[in-house]
Design a protein around this ligand. Structure first.
Ligand code: EPU
Length: 439
């Protein structure tokens, strides 16, 4: 089985350039369905999710071509295709983003229920609620496929507040549909993540009229058409945060280039509270890990809070900190597949409802672990980098969805890891320090 073998306990040091944001690139790629003429998207990361969405867009009548390392050209050439292929859509959650654009531009969409990371319950009721309010009619005869049509979308006021805050891709879907609706749409409790802001800026550059970008209230005046444009995707704040955490957990020092420090302010604050030195250095951010991290309590929440997509990585840091810290997951209360794997490396963690208590250990010991979703995988790579001895990580296809050339780039910073065949994982034996240590 393909895996990553990590020889840990080496500091991660040097300069690293952060790629364009996956979670901005994907909805913007879907947004090109709304436009007429060529789009030239720059800083589109080379990731599995990007490849799959590109194939989905191809099957929806778009010409898609990589012109260089990070530029992707997209142009609608056939407006009659409204069916997204099941085998592709099932592989990624963000494919739900084609729903709003297809509906607005073509009047019909047929999209199988989307897949993606297994991080607890991931409903789409808010997407449906928002599109319905604009006039979309959903067929209810088949639970595995979303079939939706609309003769005409009309602007209205829509509240997208859910049980754990707003919805990022739901806001993207409704906002995209509203750009071509008749009249004015107001989205209350809109997600204001930087990736949603980037999508709104892209749409405005195409000719849309969206106000309130960055706030939780978006006002969208419908327009007749949008045109394709050149556009550069924002830097990936989660990739940047993961590299920063790698320096922090190994006592290393890195300089992050191509970052927006504002977008990752909450992550940088957590690292600072743990004793990490953070310095804004012109356009770059320098991160220097301490000899020992300090345990803290933290809670994830929608932007500008601590991102849920950094929770597994920060949990790994707590596992080797001085003291005991409490993790509260405010967006996906079940996003904890990394806990049992961290325990295999000797971490002292106890799950509790919506969170975990982590008692820091002096060191972790390398072992055999499995990534069960993308960010859990990132957390386990960090634990492996910190651990003494050899860690064998399975489930690396999850990492390929969100981190471009992760091993090569970590190696360029002095880490020792490589992709290799790894044996199947042995059954779990309870670790002497694990559950009861925090009970
Ligand atoms: N929710 C609902 N109803 C909905 C939609 C969401 O109740 O219709 C709930 C979810 O269950 C969750 C919360 O609202 O509790 C937030 O979910 P959201 O819809 O915002 O998540 P998403 O849009 O599907 C995006 C990112 C995720 C990231 C979340 C939260 C993309 C492609 N995905 O997902 O990224 O965790 O926002 O910030 O943008 C990742 O990159 O690893 C990843 C999972």
């Amino acid at each position: 089985m393909q895996g990553i073998v990590i020889h840990g306990a080496r500091p991660v040091c040097g300069d690293i350039r952060v790629n364009g944001a996956k979670n901005a690139a994907l909805p913007i790629m879907a947004g090109t369905l709304l436009t007429e003429g060529p789009n030239e998207l720059r800083r589109v990361p080379r990731l599995k999710d990007v490849r799959i969405l590109r194939q989905i867009l191809g099957s929806l009548g778009m010409a898609a071509q990589r012109t260089d390392e990070d530029t992707l050209n997209l142009e609608v050439v056939d407006k009659d295709q409204c069916l997204a292929p099941r085998e592709l859509v099932e592989q990624m959650r963000a494919s739900i983003c084609v729903l709003g654009p297809l509906l607005a531009r073509r009047g019909y969409a047929e999209v199988p229920a989307p897949g993606g990371c297994v991080i607890g319950d991931r409903p789409i009721d808010l997407h449906v609620k928002g599109l319905r309010a604009l006039g979309a009619e959903f067929e209810e005869d088949d639970e595995t496929t979303i079939r939706v049509h609309a003769k005409c979308l009309r602007g209205t006021t829509i509240d997208l507040e859910g049980p754990h805050g707003s919805t990022v891709l739901g806001t993207a879907n409704v906002m995209m549909a509203a750009t071509l609706a008749e009249g004015t749409t107001v989205i209350k409790h809109a997600a204001c993540e930087p990736e949603v802001q980037d999508l709104a800026r892209y749409l405005n550059a195409c000719g849309a009229r969206i106000r309130g970008i960055g706030s939780d209230r978006l006002t969208i005046e419908g327009v007749d058409r949008l045109r394709g444009i050149p556009y550069t995707i924002i830097p990936d704040r989660i990739e940047a945060g993961t590299f920063a955490a790698a320096a922090a957990v190994t006592g290393g020092a890195i300089r992050l280039q191509n970052v927006c420090p504002d977008h990752m302010a909450s992550t940088l604050r957590v690292l600072q509270r743990m004793g990490v030195c953070i310095v804004n250095d012109g356009g770059a951010v320098r991160v220097e890990g301490p000899e020992r991290l300090q345990a803290i309590d933290f809670e994830t929440s929608p932007y500008p809070g601590i991102p849920t997509d950094m929770q597994p990585q920060l949990t790994s840091l707590l596992a080797v900190s001085d003291g005991t810290g409490q993790v509260t997951e405010g967006v996906y209360p079940e996003r904890f597949t990394h806990i049992s794997e961290l325990q295999r490396l000797g971490a002292s963690i106890r799950r509790q409802e919506g969170g975990a208590i982590v008692r820091g250990e002096k060191t972790l010991q390398g072992g055999a672990v499995t990534a069960k979703d993308l960010r859990a995988g990132a957390g386990l790579v960090l634990a492996g980098l910190a651990a003494h001895g050899k860690t064998q990580l399975r489930g690396v296809h999850h990492l390929d969805r969100g981190y471009q050339q992760l091993e090569e780039r970590l190696r360029s910073l002095g880490a020792e890891l490589h992709r290799s065949c790894v044996p199947d994982q042995p059954p779990r034996t309870s670790h002497p320090q694990s559950d009861e240590a925090c009970a």
